[in-house]
Design a binder for this molecule. Structure first.
Ligand code: BES
Ligand code: MN
Ligand code: ZN
Length: 490
């Protein structure tokens, strides 16, 4: 989809659909777009109320070169902020595609930078569809080819905001592309290749550790998970280095990259198991974020770490009761082979710290329990450092992603007791997301660390007005914002 800043008078735009946002109880449509007073009329007649994402389409609008005039509801004017702007843009694209519309121009006039960025992101996100493997020959005919933002002036500031939206939106869609790949098309080797090719086209350095390298280092926790699969594991390291780093801090983004999670010997029920191709959504978020950061160039060095394995079962698969030795030297009793994400992350966190990370953020589709606790709307957020989490939360808020903190009281650590090793890989029945986080914390401490459990937010079972069903690309925008807004703590 082509993205354009348009400063031509809106009446002269020969697009398939000229779009305006109108608000509840206060439509106030831009006079230039509503020369015949139609918008005002459908509002007065009660045909259109302006509630969020509501749409109406008028053909052959008087006084306009556009074929259609589309109006989309912005909800209450007072509560319309960047979150709504992003979603309204997505809903507009989704609402118009497949209706013979290929070009859209949205009238925004006096938008601030944050709104411009959000609208561009929203349009890109709304255009994305999980249809790569659908052979419908008409699917390309349904695409929106161009999306223009009508601004009163194309200032340098507006252009920057616009480009930032494009970079972030495209990065998030790259993440969704990767998450959407089924496990037969995306093995750990393929995920490593995807990271490598992103890095080389973005000018980033990328190292890939293979089984031999990881064996030599002693990554027993990661290797134990991988040993049941014929597809070998990797640890991918992607490096962004600023030209002039400010300070000595170094951010590591760590993403769980399980390309398929059968559960291993502690096998999962077959119902819904196909969704476990999403178990690399954390890794894909790191790849997307690193691509955006290569373009947006934050002042802090950022390294992405992606442990990637397939959790399968063959004659060599890890057994319940096996004891593995992690890179950190701690021994782990594998009581459940389905709690594999924390095992691969443990070694990746240790490796990140040994390679200079001063701050760690991980994203992982870690526990089903996080959906029980928070539903599908908030990622779970955990930390060993409240000040660092506060910084992350501020970034997530700006990025328009929701995260909710869960407790990490010392008491919960008591759930992690092993009779035979330093720690088990599961706690009891209760507080499953918290014990998983505590397990990770044992490897992160004392480095400031934030853990995001995205198991319930990485994919949508049902499409929304602004986003199709399938992978969401969650965490990408928060990662990017955190790095861009970085100010050294010391
Ligand atoms: N990948 C799963 C978590 C998951 C569940 C992601 C549902 C997305 C949707 C993870 O590896 C897992 O299997 N976790 C177990 C942990 C349990 C064995 C302690 C779980 O949540 O059941
Ligand atoms: Mn699992
Ligand atoms: Zn998993």
């Amino acid at each position: 989809m082509q993205l354009i800043i348009e400063t031509t008078p809106v009446s002269q735009l020969a697009v398939d659909a000229l779009a305006v946002i109108c608000f509840e109880a206060d439509p106030d449509p831009p006079a230039v777009a509503d020369q015949a007073g139609w918008l005002q009329e459908i509002f007065t007649a009660g045909e259109f109320s302006g509630k969020l994402y509501e749409m109406a389409i008028l053909h052959r609008p008087q006084g306009l070169a556009a074929k259609r005039l589309a109006v989309i509801g912005g909800g209450k004017r007072a509560s319309f902020a960047t979150v709504e702007a992003r979603r309204v843009a997505g809903a507009l694209v989704r609402g118009l595609k497949g209706k013979g519309v290929h070009s859209i121009a949205l009238v925004l006039e006096q938008a601030d930078s944050a709104t411009i960025t959000a609208v561009v992101e929203g349009a890109l996100l709304g255009a994305w569809e999980a249809d790569k493997y659908k052979s419908d020959p008409k699917k390309n005919d349904k695409r929106i080819d161009s999306f223009a933002l009508c601004l009163s002036a194309s200032t340098a500031e507006a252009q920057n905001a616009f480009e930032r939206g494009r970079t972030i939106g495209e990065a998030q869609n790259l993440t969704r592309d990767l998450v959407n790949e089924p496990a037969n098309k995306l093995t750990p080797a393929d995920l490593a290749d995807a990271a490598r090719s992103m890095a080389s086209s973005s000018g980033l350095e990328c190292d890939v550790l293979d089984t031999a390298a990881m064996t030599k280092l002693g990554m027993g926790a990661l290797l134990g998970v991988a040993q049941g699969s014929s597809n070998p594991p990797f640890l991918v390291v992607i490096k962004y280095r600023p030209a002039n780093p400010s300070g000595n801090e170094h951010l590591a983004l760590v993403g769980k990259g399980v390309t398929f999670d059968t559960g291993g010997i502690s096998i999962k029920p077959s119902d819904g198991m196909e969704k476990m191709k999403y178990d690399m959504a954390g890794a894909a978020a790191v790849i997307g974020a690193m691509r955006a950061l290569a373009e947006l160039k934050p002042a802090i060095p950022v390294t992405g770490y992606i442990p990637t394995v397939e959790n399968m079962l063959n004659g060599n698969a890890q057994r319940p009761g096996d004891i593995v030795t992690s890179l950190a030297g701690k021994t782990i009793e594998v009581l459940n082979t389905d709690a594999e994400g924390r095992l691969i992350l443990a070694d990746a966190l240790t490796y990140a710290i040994r390679n200079g990370a001063t701050h760690l953020v991980d994203a992982a589709t870690l526990t089903g329990a996080i959906g029980v606790a928070l539903g599908h709307y908030n990622m779970g957020a955990f930390t060993n450092n409240e000040a660092f989490l506060a910084r992350f939360m501020a970034a997530a808020r700006i990025a328009g992603e929701k995260a909710w903190q869960l407790p990490m009281d010392e008491e919960y650590k008591d759930y992690l007791k092993s009779a035979f090793a330093d720690l088990p890989n599961i706690g009891g029945r209760h507080g499953g997301s918290i014990t998983a986080a505590w397990f990770l914390r044992e490897f992160a401490d004392p480095t400031p660390w934030v853990h995001l459990d995205i198991a319930a937010t990485a994919g949508l079972d049902e499409g929304k007005a602004w986003l199709s069903k399938g992978p969401t690309g969650v965490a990408v925008r928060s990662f990017v914002e955190l790095a861009l807004d970085w100010t050294n703590s010391a």
